[in-house]
Design a protein around this ligand. Structure first.
Ligand SMILES: Nc1nc2c(ncn2[C@@H]2O[C@H](COP(=O)(O)OP(=O)(O)OP(=O)(O)O)[C@@H](O)[C@H]2O)c(=O)[nH]1
Ligand SMILES: [Zn+2]
Length: 204
C-alpha cells in the first residue's frame, strides 16, 4: 500500500439494496463458523440484532457529509479568528478488521467571512466516521470536506483514537493512542498559525 492510499478520498458511498435477511444469513454463518449454534435460544435474535447494529455502525454510507455545510452565516460582526471544536467524541470501525476505533477529534477552521453552525462540524465527522475507515483517511476526509464546502482561510483536523484491533486481538497492546492531523491553507503554510491552532487544541 503506498502513502496515497491513506490520503485518497474513499470511493463514493454505494449502498446496495441487499435485503436484511441476507445479512442475517451471513451472521448465522459466522456464528456457526465461530463454533456455536445459531438455533439455540440465546442466539435466535442475534442475527437480526447484528444486522441492525451494522446499519448503525455504517450509517455514514447513506449520507453525503458535505450537505451539512451548505448553510452558512455571514452576520458574525467581522469575526476573523479561529473557530475550534475540541474533544468531539466519535466511534468508527477500521476497514481492516471492522473493529472499533474510539477517539476524539479536534476540528478548527479560520473562516472566510462566513461561518457554519458548530454542530455541523461534528455531523461531518460522524458522517465519515460511520464508515469503514483508516484513521488517516478519516482525518483527511473531514478536513477536505470543510475546505471544499466552506473555502476557509485554513482548516486543521487532529484525531486521537484507540484501535480495538490492536487492543482486543492481534498484537493485544492496550492503551495506545494514535494521533493524526491534516493541516490546510494557512495552518499548513504559516508556522505561527499552525502553532496557534495546535495550542488551542491543547496540543501545542
Ligand atoms: N495506519 C493505520 N493502520 C491501521 C488502522 N487501523 C488498523 N490498522 C492496522 O492495519 C494493519 C493491517 O495489517 P495486516 O498485516 O494486513 O493484518 P493483520 O495480520 O490482522 O495484522 P495485525 O493487526 O498485526 O495482526 C494492522 O497493522 C493494524 O494495526 C488505521 O486506522 N491506520
Ligand atoms: Zn483493524
Amino acid at each position: 500500500m503506498d502513502d496515497d492510499d491513506y490520503g485518497a478520498a474513499a470511493p463514493a458511498p454505494h449502498v446496495e439494496p441487499i435485503p436484511q435477511s441476507e445479512a442475517e444469513d451471513a451472521v448465522r454463518t459466522l456464528i456457526r463458523w465461530a463454533g456455536d449454534d445459531p438455533d439455540r435460544e440465546g442466539l435466535l435474535e442475534t442475527p437480526a440484532r447484528v444486522a441492525r447494529a451494522y446499519r448503525e455502525y455504517f450509517r455514514g454510507y447513506q449520507e453525503d457529509p458535505g450537505v451539512h455545510l451548505s448553510k452558512t452565516f455571514g452576520e458574525v460582526g467581522g469575526y476573523d479568528e479561529i473557530v475550534i471544536l475540541r474533544d468531539i467524541p466519535f466511534q468508527s470501525h477500521c476497514e481492516h478488521h471492522m473493529a472499533p476505533i474510539i477517539g476524539k477529534a479536534h476540528i478548527a477552521y479560520l473562516p472566510n467571512k462566513r461561518v457554519v453552525g458548530i454542530s455541523k462540524l461534528a455531523r461531518v465527522l460522524q458522517g465519515f466516521a460511520k464508515r469503514m475507515q483508516v484513521q488517516e483517511r478519516l482525518t483527511a476526509e473531514v478536513a477536505d470536506c470543510i475546505q471544499k464546502h466552506l473555502d476557509p482561510v485554513g482548516v486543521a483536523v487532529v484525531i486521537e483514537a484507540t484501535h480495538a484491533c490492536m487492543s482486543a486481538r492481534g498484537v493485544m497492546t492496550a492503551g495506545v493512542t494514535m494521533t493524526t492531523s491534516r493541516m490546510m491553507g494557512v495552518f499548513r503554510e504559516d508556522d505561527r498559525s499552525r502553532k496557534e491552532v495546535l495550542a488551542l487544541m491543547g496540543k501545542g
